[in-house]
Design a binder for this molecule. Structure first.
Ligand SMILES: Cc1c2[nH]c(c1CCC(=O)O)Cc1[nH]c(c(CCC(=O)O)c1C)Cc1[nH]c(c(CCC(=O)O)c1C)Cc1[nH]c(c(C)c1CCC(=O)O)C2
Length: 367
């Protein structure tokens, strides 16, 4: 399929990600292609989760569903896939029933030998690249297309835990019992992430986001010791490879959920990313005061506000917009939730969220 794509009509997200002030905040939502949409559930009823990921026609269809439904209100598409395709590419089996589970997790460092010694991302993850290219054509330039990867620490935690966990006891036992082996494995995962992200840009991704969903489980010290070096490695290497291979330069977003300690925010804002995603446990104006103008910010409504009815959604979006805009010279920001949207949300309430963002983030709106 051709890599000549239709021109982009809405570049609000890319401008904000590069630090420009925009006429209003661009808006999209993490997990926007998902179970709260009846049109997603209709496709899902007939196909397994990873089957959809591996079938570019289906992945494209689901990626564009929210773009069709919220045309004119939503400013980005994010490719339908999952962060756990990287452990699969490294040779691990991952099931989704309905939560992720690994039948054969990494119990001790000896199990690392079970992973593929080198990963050919074109061979193992070429289906994601095909889905990205197809989706760029299908979008016809309506909005930019976001590619993504899990962060090495979060992927490491899944590979060791064998699925979700409330305490991450196994993953953290590794960190404290086998710190050197843990660091080495995290960096090995990071190298696969780099190849995968560069491949996504080649295939047509226009912005890349790294999801460190389990950053919140680490103390600031351990986040700096175990996660940050791999995040910095990804940003530096992806940029270098993009330049060396003459690919379009794309903004990079880091969503390190809950890495809200002062020192973690400063470190994240200085680790080579253009945009820092925030969860709802920090006030945007406080985050801005810490990171100053090093990065654009993204976030950060509590996803559960979407269950609170229209008045609550409007009130909280207004509060969020006011905090992001601040009182002095406003800095670039991107409106989003502070984590993924959940399955029970009424799609009409999400529409209202978008409408409220358009209203209260507009430059001309006076609080
Ligand atoms: C931790 C994580 C995962 N996957 C992802 C993360 C990081 C973001 C986060 O922290 O929420 C990322 C992800 N997963 C999915 C996307 C697609 C793009 C998007 O709409 O944002 C993205 C960006 C689809 C998905 N990934 C999954 C679904 C639902 C699967 C189904 O149809 O049953 C979707 C639409 C499954 C999934 N995948 C994962 C879990 C824990 C689950 C099950 C629980 C849940 O749904 O939240 C792992």
């Amino acid at each position: 399929m051709s890599h000549e794509f239709p021109p982009l009509k809405n570049d609000l997200l890319l401008r904000a990600a590069r630090g420009e002030q925009t006429e209003r905040a661009p808006v999209w939502v993490m997990r926007q292609a998902g179970r709260y949409l009846p049109e997603f559930r209709a496709v899902r009823a007939n196909h397994e989760f990873f089957e959809i990921c591996r079938t570019p026609e289906l992945a494209t269809e689901i990626t564009v569903q929210p773009i069709r439904r919220y045309a004119g209100l939503i400013d980005a598409a994010i490719i339908f896939s999952d962060i756990l395709v990287i452990p699969q590419a490294m040779g691990m089996e991952v099931l989704m029933n309905p939560a992720p589970s690994f039948p054969d997790p990494l119990n001790t460092p000896a199990d690392i030998a079970k992973l593929r010694s080198s990963v050919d991302v074109d061979k193992e993850l070429g289906y994601v690249f095909a889905a990205l290219t197809r989706t760029r054509h299908e979008l016809a330039g309506a909005v930019p297309l976001i590619g993504f990867s899990g962060a090495p620490w979060t992927l490491f935690a899944y590979m060791v835990e064998g699925g979700g966990s409330k305490t991450l006891q196994k993953a953290k036992s590794w960190l404290f019992k086998y710190p050197e082996e843990s660091k080495a494995l995290i960096l090995r995962i990071a190298d696969v992430c780099v190849d995968y992200l560069v491949g996504q840009v080649k295939a047509g991704a226009q912005l890349l986001q790294i999801f460190d969903s389990w950053a919140n489980e680490l103390s600031p010290h351990d986040f700096a010791a175990f996660s940050l070096p791999s995040l910095q490695h990804i940003a530096t290497s992806v940029r270098a490879r993009i330049a060396a291979e003459n690919l379009p330069s794309v903004p990079l977003t880091l969503f390190a959920k809950g890495a809200n300690a002062h020192e973690s925010l400063v470190a994240c804002a200085s680790s080579g990313y253009d945009v820092l995603g925030l969860d709802w446990c920090i006030d945007p104006s406080d985050a801005r005061a810490v990171v100053q103008d090093r990065v654009a910010l993204q976030g950060n409504l509590d996803p559960n506000v979407l269950y609170g009815g229209r008045d609550a959604i409007e009130r909280e979006v207004k509060r969020m917009c006011r905090s992001f805009r601040g009182t002095a010279a406003p800095k670039a920001w991107i409106a989003n939730l502070g984590h993924g949207i959940t399955p029970g949300v009424d799609p009409e309430d999400l529409k209202w969220f978008f409408e409220c963002v358009h209203k209260y983030s507009a430059k001309e709106y006076v609080f």
